[in-house]
Write a protein that binds this ligand. Structure first.
Ligand code: 6GU
Length: 255
């Protein structure tokens, strides 16, 4: 997988990606990352990349030409018109299945905006995907691009080792991870659940699945709709929800 990032802050991208698991994958040649500084393609006296919006309004816009030339330099080098992701709160909200799908590409270009946005005309010409990472506003596209590259990277074969790739499965089933514990057996008066010390693998698996379903029902009921539960498990979920509701009602009546 070759990532190409169009940005005004290339050092931010390189610093972030050359760390931890993505850094290891770059060193091993499974990923490459290139940060193209859009300012290097501003062929005017002061290397200016922004200007006032026509029609007025707050702030500055990134101009079309430097963005286009920076994009062209990539397209020419790789010899094709690559997929271009523009990071914007107006885009489709990123999720695990988009990560899995984008990991099939050989090259991905990320366009990071700053200021109040980018001249619409260059977006129309080069952008193939408009993507947001959630319903909140950030100052630029660099962090969202890194979020996407991180999650896409872990879908690339070989990036995770055997132990790490076990973790991939948890979201695939649309369930949250079960809680985990390491030594010591007791910490701040809290004991590790007995079942995990029992050595009884079937019981441990049963407990973990129940915990995953419990957590998902409690904190992300929206995910549960797409989870694959047995009838018995759906019944359990109904019982828990009834219990949580009566607990909440009781608290309400007390206050
Ligand atoms: Cl992709 N960009 C910006 N600027 N803010 C965001 C975002 C993207 N996704 C959520 N908020």
């Amino acid at each position: 997988m070759n990532f190409h990032v169009l940005t005004l802050f290339p050092e931010m991208i390189l610093q972030g990606m050359n760390t931890s698991i993505t850094g290891r994958a770059i060193a091993r040649g499974l990923l490459s990352i290139e940060a193209v500084n859009i300012r290097d393609y501003a062929f005017n006296k002061h290397q200016k990349v922004d200007d006032y919006p026509y029609g007025g309004g707050a702030g500055m816009l990134m101009q079309a030409e430097p963005v286009y030339l920076a994009y062209e330099s990539i397209a020419q080098r790789i010899g094709k018109k690559p997929r271009v992701v523009f990071l914007t709160p107006q885009g489709k909200v990123f999720n695990q299945s988009m990560a899995r799908e984008m990991a099939q590409e050989e090259d991905l270009v990320f366009l990071c905006g700053h200021y109040e946005g980018i001249d619409e005309r260059v977006l129309e010409e080069i952008v193939t995907d408009y993507v947001s990472i959630g319903d909140y506003v950030l100052t630029g596209g660099e962090l969202p691009a890194m979020v996407m590259m991180d999650s896409i990277s872990r879908m690339v074969p070989g990036v995770l080792n055997n132990q790490e790739s076990g973790e991939t499965e948890s979201f695939a089933g649309n369930l949250l991870e079960y809680p985990q514990y390491s030594r010591p057996e007791e910490w701040h008066g809290k004991k590790v659940p007995d079942v995990l010390l029992s050595g009884h693998h079937a019981n441990i698996e049963k407990w973990r699945r129940e915990q995953s379903i419990l957590r998902t029902a409690r904190w992300r009921p929206d995910l549960l709709k797409n989870a694959d539960l047995t009838n018995k498990e759906w019944n359990e979920v109904r019982q828990w929800k009834k219990q949580w509701k009566s607990e909440a009602d009781r608290k309400d009546s007390e206050s």
